[in-house]
Every structure is written in C-alpha cells, then in structure tokens.
Design a protein. Structure first.
Length: 619
C-alpha cells in the first residue's frame, strides 16, 4: 500500500470521462464535483450533462439513463470531447453500459458496479447475456467493483435506511476516479458538509463512502499507476466554473446594475431554459424581480408591462414557448419597447427532444411573427460567453428600443467551463434611450435621425403621457392610423431601424486563414466543435478560414467582403440548413455548401475534420 502511494503519477494532456447511471444515481453531481475539483487544480474544462427526457423512467431501463461527460486538459479545451472518444466510462448499471459502450474504444477503461448486474437488470437493459461474463468486454480495461455492497458495508453503522445508503454509492465511484487522476478530496468534502450541514448522518455517510472508494481504487491491481493532468496555461485572473444558463442570468444582472435599472423576468418554466429563472430568483437583493407565470403568454405579457414601466425586462423560453410568445413579440415591436427574449433551443418540433440540443429555431426567430416584423437576433456561442451575450442583448434592446431574441441551446446552457470574473466597471457602457424631461415639442414616436430610435418615456414622467398599443401608428405622434401610405412608411421605418443597428456592432473577425480555399461558417453553440476541428487539421498552408456568427440580424457589415476572399464556403449547423437559407437570400451570387446534423447531439470533432478534409481533397 505504501509502495503504491509513492508511485509517481503519469502525466496526460487531457482526459474525457463519462459518468452514467439511473437518474437517481447522482451522476450529474458526481461529474460536476470531478469538474469543479479539476478546475481548482487549474485544468481547462468543458462539461456536457445528458439528461433523460422521462421524469420517472423505470429504474434500470435505458430510457432513464443519465450521463455527465467532463473533459479536462493541460491545454485548451473547447468541447466536452467527441461522443466516440471516451477515455473512462463509469457505468452504474447494465442500461448505462449498453447505452454508452459505443462511445468508448477498446483498450480504454470501464468501471462497473457489479452489484447492479442482476439477471433482471441485464434483461431490462436489452442484453441477452451478462456482458461481464460473455467476453464482449475482454478488449477493454474492465474494472469490476461491488460498489453498492461496499458502500453499504462502509456506512452500515450510521443507521441509515437502505434507500439512503444506496444514494451514497455515487460518492464511492467518484472516490475511485479521484484516485485514478490524483484529485484531492477536500473540495468535495467541503461541498458535502455545506450542502447537508443540517443532516449530519448524510454528511458522515457520503464522506465515508468517498474515502472508501478512493482507498479501494488505491489497492486495485488493475490500477497500478494513477494519472494526473497538469494545470492549463490561462490568462491571469480569477476563474470559476459556470454553466451557460447561470452565465446568462448573471449577464442580465450585470446589465441592470450597469444601467441602474430594475431587472424583471416574466417566465414560464420549460426545459432547458428553467435554470435562468431559478438563478435569477436567488438575487432579489440586487433588484431582481422574477414572476413565474401561468403560461408563456402571461410571462411575456408581464415582461412587456415591466418594460413600459421602465425596467430591463426579459422573458425566457425554449422553441415551443417561443411560438406561443410570437404575438406578444410583435406587440413589443409595434410599441417599440425594449425587451430581451431568451430562446434556449432544443430538439423539435413539438415536444421533440426536450433534453437534447438543436439549432432549429433560427428561422422561427427571424420570421415567426405575423406581418413584417424584424427584430434583432443574436446568439451566444459558449457557456462562458453567454454572460457577454446576455449583456449585449440588453444593450441592444435598451439603446435601440426594440425586442431582441437571444439564442442559446441545450448544449451550452447545461454545459459548463471556466469563466473569468470581470469588474462591472470594465463592462461596456449601456445608455438607455430615456426621454429628456426638458425636451420641448416632444412626440412619442419622433425618431433620432441616425438610428431611427424613439425615446423611452415611462409612466410618471409629467407631460410625457402618450398612446401605446398594437394598432398601427401615425408617424411621430403615435396616434392610431389606418392610412395605407402611413402603414407602408412605418413598416419600412421599423425594418430600416433594425438594419441600422449594423452601424453599432463590430465587424466580423476571421479565425485562421484570412483568404484561401475554404471558409467554414458556424453560429451559436457549434463554436467549440468547429474551432477544435480546425485546430486538428494541418494548417501549415493556411487554406481554411472560420467565421462564427453571434450577430445574426443584422449581420456585421463586412460579411460580403469576407465571402469574396474564399473559393468555397461551407455552413455547419445543427438543423437542416436554416442559416444557409438566410445566407443564400442575403448573398444570392455566392455558392454555399452545407453540413448538417439533427441527432440531438453536438458535432463530433472527427466528423467535422473528415468533412473539411474531403472538401480540400486531403482525405
């Protein structure tokens, strides 16, 4: 035992681990604790939780398998790793094994809880024989551990019931993996002691089980040498691990604090957007008001009312909810009130794949309203920069007096990565377009000549009372008008106002080659996959450039110029080609290839690399 403790850990550049088990096995907590501990050690990190859609799937069934993938590295990490490139799989039951075995190549490590491989569970998972005995896993480094029984043995003296003892087994598995990769236990022990401080028996059970799993791994002959991943080289600063939805919530809080406005969220819970509501509810002390409405329409209606009253108003949803909010978004556009609508996209249509990721709401965001009703559309591209894009969406809404749709997706919303804390004083200024109380001859829809933006007058401003509503307005006065030419003029003005926003956003930057054979185009949550794929391609000749859209409507002003510098252009997105449709409409003389995936999963690095090499003729 002492000799093994003295064994020097083998250094790795990176490792990808997937924890998988029943929904009640605590795999999300296990994975997040491994990620958080690795972050404390300075590793770069990306995570990807994979939830089942069923709330109460039968125990031991493949429908109820919950997974958490974590990628930690000594070098830059931009994705949680390919679905087919797992280094270590922790499978807490046969269903978790059969559902994830295709993700791990022979020669790599599988840890299983042998206690869960009963005949009933094996059959329920769809196996015809016991995979631990039939030789099907002989090409893997299989670590068979009686995790459940060892957990119960370790904590039987505490006096907990069987169900509660079973819940501690995830800590046993975590302890084993902590030893494998020389992670300290302190961070997780502190977490347990804080979270369950009023339940001393639960604290004792989980801490004891964590240490037991660690010591068990230490004695295993199948694990003669632990591994370690050295800290990554990152820019100086204070970092924390942040999930995309949490970052989005914090970005809105920052915008409200910067502008000294109250923040109002009117929302109806929907997967995978609900955590924004949950996070904002915690921050009433920062002037945040949250309203959990009875439905999607009530949520956005309340937000529009809050905007009229002078708040930074937001509403959050996913694809089906965005459809329900369409009429109200048109009302916010017609009244020209600032509003941010967050759409965390998921697989569709209808209920579709509620816990899986997709980018299939782009056209709905652009055109899913009656009448000619353009709005600003922007998209976050990583879990961490969701903070920046929530902040930027707030700026655009407040300064241009219009609804802004902020697109996220399940991949970046539920994923996590290191985020560098920044001072509010260092964030860009936001200047809400409030009316000057001393302004003479004020009219509610009189516009700035450059931006076509009207002034924001709120209730209580003496002398600034005005008509507001969904009927067409007379130019300048805002009075109801049914005159045909006035309607045509107003429709064109509202559209032109959105197009002029392009004057107030930065030009598009290009990664890699500034001109050449191939330009890769992405948007939203595909950034990490495409960026990593291009790094893996031999770029010595600098043939490939990469642009990633965050500003979608309007687009940056230099896009046509960028397109002219490349011989071929391919658009990669997790839908059937919605961005391609937009680009073909806006740049009709340009040819666009497309590469699409609609499986509820992000792009794999390998499939992108193969596609780009195929186009370049290097395969």
């Amino acid at each position: 035992m002492k000799e093994q403790k003295a064994t020097k850990a083998k250094e790795l550049n990176h490792v990808i681990i997937r924890f998988a088990g029943d929904s009640g096995d605590g795999m999300q907590l296990t994975g997040s604790q491994f990620a958080d501990t690795s972050a404390m050690l300075g590793n770069d990190i990306s995570t990807f939780p994979d939830y089942p859609a069923e709330i109460r799937a039968p125990q031991g069934s493949t429908y109820g398998v919950s997974g958490f993938q974590v990628h930690i590295g000594h070098q830059e990490v931009r994705t949680p790793g390919d679905d087919s490139d797992i280094d270590v799989l922790v499978a807490m039951n046969p269903a978790a094994l059969i559902k994830n075995i295709s993700s791990i190549t022979p020669g790599r490590t599988i840890i299983v809880d042998t206690d869960s491989f009963s005949r009933k569970n094996i059959e329920k998972a769809g196996y015809t024989s016991n995979p631990l005995e039939d030789g099907s896993l002989e090409n893997y480094r299989l670590i068979e551990a009686p995790i459940t029984s060892l957990t119960k043995e370790a904590i039987k003296h505490i006096g907990l019931d069987n169900k509660t003892m079973d819940r501690s087994k995830n800590m046993f598995a975590l302890g084993m993996v902590f030893w494998m990769f020389t992670r300290p236990l302190d961070h997780t022990i502190n977490y347990i002691e804080t979270k369950f401080k009023h339940l001393p028996q639960v604290v004792e059970a989980n801490v004891k089980t964590l240490k037991t799993g660690y010591n068990y791994a230490l004695t295993l002959e199948l694990l003669p040498t632990p591994y370690t991943i050295l800290p990554a080289k990152m820019n100086k600063g204070t970092y924390r691990i942040i999930m995309g939805n949490q970052a989005t919530a914090w970005g809105f809080i920052a915008a409200a604090q910067k502008t000294k406005l109250s923040l109002f969220l009117g929302s109806y819970p929907i997967t995978p957007a609900s955590d924004i509501l949950h996070e904002l509810t915690k921050h009433q002390g920062l002037g945040v008001t949250t309203f959990q409405a009875e439905d999607e329409i009530a949520g956005i209606g309340a937000a529009i009312g809050a905007s009229f009253a002078g708040n930074l108003a937001i509403t959050t949803t996913s694809g089906p909810g965005l459809a329900l909010k369409a009429e109200a978004i048109g009302l916010a556009l017609m009244t020209e009130l600032p509003l941010v609508v967050v759409n965390v996209q998921r697989g569709g249509p209808s209920t579709g794949l509620p816990t899986k990721t997709e980018q299939s709401d782009l056209l709905q965001s652009m055109f899913g309203r009656n009448g000619d009703s353009p709005v600003i559309v922007v998209a976050a591209s990583t879990s961490a920069n969701s903070y920046d894009w929530a902040y930027e969406a707030s700026r655009l809404a407040l300064e241009h007096m219009t609804p802004v749709i902020l697109l996220s997706d399940g991949y970046i919303a539920n994923g996590s990565e290191p985020w560098k804390l920044r001072r509010l004083a260092d964030m860009p200024d936001i200047k809400p377009n409030f009316v000057d109380l001393n302004e003479k001859d004020w009219l509610p829809y009189k516009r700035d000549e450059k931006t076509l933006v009207r002034k924001w007058a709120i209730p209580g401003m003496k002398g600034m009372e005005h008509r507001i509503g969904g009927l067409e307005k007379q130019e300048d006065t805002g009075n109801v008008s049914y005159l045909p030419k006035n309607h045509e003029k107003m429709v064109k003005i509202r559209a032109e106002k959105i197009q002029r926003v392009a004057n107030y956003i930065p030009l598009q930057e290009i990664e890699g080659a500034q001109e050449g054979e191939l330009l890769v185009v992405g948007w939203g949550g595909t950034y990490g996959s495409i960026h990593t794929a291009l790094k893996e391609i031999n770029q010595e000749e600098e043939k490939i450039g990469f642009i990633h859209f965050n500003y979608i409507n309007p687009m940056p002003k230099n896009i046509k110029e960028i397109f002219s510098k490349f011989k071929k252009i391919i658009v990669c997105e997790l839908n059937l080609g919605q961005m391609t449709i937009l680009l073909r409409d806006r740049f009709p003389s340009q040819d666009f290839m497309k590469f699409n995936k609609i499986q509820g999963q992000p792009f794999n690095i390998k499939e992108l690399v193969n596609k780009f090499n195929q186009i370049l003729g290097t395969n």
